[in-house]
Design a protein around this ligand. Structure first.
Ligand code: MN
Length: 397
């Protein structure tokens, strides 16, 4: 037989407008869920998870039963989030310590954990953290990419790699707890563990005062150091403990390894980071598209910004574009004239195609007319510039 005494409290903290943590504790199970998601969705996710897990536990008090209960909670929250657009993206952490009955009939404490809520074990004033945070920064510490000190201030320390209600499948850390009578377990949300040092937690949770007072002191201390998040704590003290006949410590589930999911944000702060990130990615894409579109607009403008004259079936044609083309913007014939190519002075014939560039169609036509009239003038031997201009104007009209 295993028996514990308990005390618990949850507090909104000093900054948040709602308490999205949910807690439950009785003689046989203790659960904390730290919900996340806007528009009260976090509260829904955490409350739903507690209900669902407790119901499942009542039906089957084996390790498998409690594990299944968390999977069911995952599906329930996920479905709710998918069915309600205003709850999209909600999720929750979970830590649960339940008394589970194994095949030999032994009833012993087993811990279940997803996310960054924690379980600490206290014995003779010493504190041991039983959970490993499923956050990007902490995963990176375990991979050796960050030192524990770096992780304390890393921007991704609040970004979860696992959560309840996030994906179809869920990895759940499951561990048999090896306890002695007199040992305490502290379950808490990150609103407590982020505000207090391990030494502070050990001192406040371990002192031999009544459990209620210890819980109260923990919460007040977290508020004193800022109370930036919702604060929840459940303190259990074992009066009697049985140990599992086959202790477990493993992760059960089928989701991809944490690294692959590391970009999936979950916590409140991470959530904001993520929408900010999405916004940035979105804005970045739009910006990139705008640059590309702008580039083609400018290129197109440049490619067709000028007109030039070139022979076209024996007469002078007006082409729009750059004589040699710009990438795939080839010059195009936009107007014909009645001026025969042959009826140009030799030098003017040679200058067609490339060197004659005019800013507009009118200017090009004017110039074609002037070339023609200069040829005419050369035929009769004399003319004046004024005449040329007049001829040009007439021919264009
Ligand atoms: Mn929290």
């Amino acid at each position: 037989m295993t028996r514990w005494r308990y005390a618990a409290a949850t507090d909104i903290g000093l900054v948040r407008e709602t308490n999205q943590d949910a807690i439950f504790v009785d003689d046989s199970i203790a659960i904390i869920a730290d919900g996340m998601g806007g528009h009260a969705a976090g509260e829904v996710a955490s409350a739903m998870t507690i209900d669902s897990v407790y119901d499942g536990y009542l039906q089957d008090q084996s390790v498998e039963g409690l594990h299944r209960a968390i999977e069911t909670a995952n599906n329930t929250v996920l479905r709710e989030a998918r069915d309600n657009p205003n709850r999209f993206g909600m999720g929750t952490t979970i830590v649960a310590v339940g008394l589970t009955r194994d095949k030999a009939g032994v009833v012993s404490p087993t811990m279940f954990h997803v996310g960054d809520s924690r379980v600490y074990q206290l014995r003779d004033g010493a504190l041991r953290q039983l959970t490993e945070d499923h956050s990007v920064a902490e995963e990176w510490v375990r991979m050796g990419r960050l030192t524990p000190e770096e992780a304390l201030h890393h921007p991704r320390r609040h970004q979860l790699t696992r959560g309840v209600g996030v994906e179809d499948t869920i990895d759940i850390d499951v561990m048999s707890i090896s306890a002695q009578p007199g040992d305490r377990l502290l379950l808490c949300s990150d609103g407590l563990s982020n505000e207090l040092s391990p030494e502070g937690i050990a001192r406040l949770a371990g002192v031999p005062v009544p459990l209620d007072q210890a819980v109260n002191d923990l919460i007040e201390a977290a508020k004193l150091s800022g109370g930036h998040d919702n604060i929840s704590a459940i303190l259990l003290e074992f009066d009697e403990v049985e140990l599992a006949t086959k202790p477990i410590k493993r992760t059960l589930g089928t989701t991809p390894p944490p690294v692959a999911q590391a970009t999936r944000p979950m916590s409140h702060r991470a959530k904001r980071q993520s929408s900010w990130l999405n916004w940035r990615v979105g804005a970045g894409s739009i910006f990139a598209i705008a640059i590309v579109v702008g580039f083609f607009v400018v290129l197109h403008w440049y490619a067709y910004s000028t007109y030039y004259l070139a022979p076209d079936h024996g007469v002078i044609g007006v082409y729009q574009g750059q004589p040699s083309g710009v990438l795939w913007f080839k010059p195009r014939l936009v107007a014909g004239t009645n001026y025969s190519y042959a009826q140009l002075r030799t030098a003017d014939q040679a200058s067609l195609n490339a060197t004659i560039s005019e800013p507009s169609l009118d200017a090009a036509l004017t110039y074609a007319a002037s070339l023609h009239s200069q040829w005419q003038a050369s035929q009769i031997g004399s003319t004046t510039t004024t005449t040329v201009a007049t001829t040009t104007t007439t021919s264009k009209g």
